[in-house]
Design a protein around this ligand. Structure first.
Ligand SMILES: [Zn+2]
Length: 146
């Protein structure tokens, strides 16, 4: 799979430049907080990205308002994909940090129309550590909530 990695500094990244209109993109939707545009690397026809308009590197850097706006735009993109491309399913993918698979350090969420047998796959190394361990993980997360 060809992988593009943008190493531009914050504010000069390719998505900031698309938001400012300095780079061309096939825009689908724009509102005060989000911009939706076609991914130049179409995994399937209709593959669209929803980005925050403000430069925020990851999900952790979005405001709660931006996070909500991104999901609302993603839902609208999914509904448009369903109407326009009649996929069998739709996958949302959002990566954070290099270890998470993020290649452009400006928050974005992929909305991918899926078709049976489309060849898209994910490695998902499922583990079942047991109820006690899982309960401990839940306690760690509850204690970390702000
Ligand atoms: Zn940016």
């Amino acid at each position: 799979m060809p992988e593009f990695v943008d190493r531009s500094p914050p504010g000069e990244c390719i998505f900031c430049r698309i938001v400012r209109g300095e780079l061309p993109a096939a825009k689908v939707h724009e509102d005060a907080l989000t911009l939706a545009f076609m991914d130049i690397g179409q995994v399937t026809p209709g593959h669209v990205l929803v980005a925050s308009k403000r430069h925020a590197a990851t999900l952790l850097d979005l405001t709660r308002e931006e996070a909500g706006a991104v999901m609302q735009t993603a839902q609208r993109m999914a509904q448009a994909q369903q109407a326009a491309f009649a996929p069998d399913g739709i996958t949302l993918l959002q990566a954070n940090g290099a270890a998470g698979g993020q290649t452009v350090a400006h928050f974005h969420l992929h909305v991918v129309a899926r078709h049976t047998g489309d060849g898209v796959s994910f490695a998902w190394p499922r583990q079942e550590p047991g109820a006690g361990v899982i309960a401990g993980y839940a306690q760690q997360l509850r204690a970390a909530l702000d």
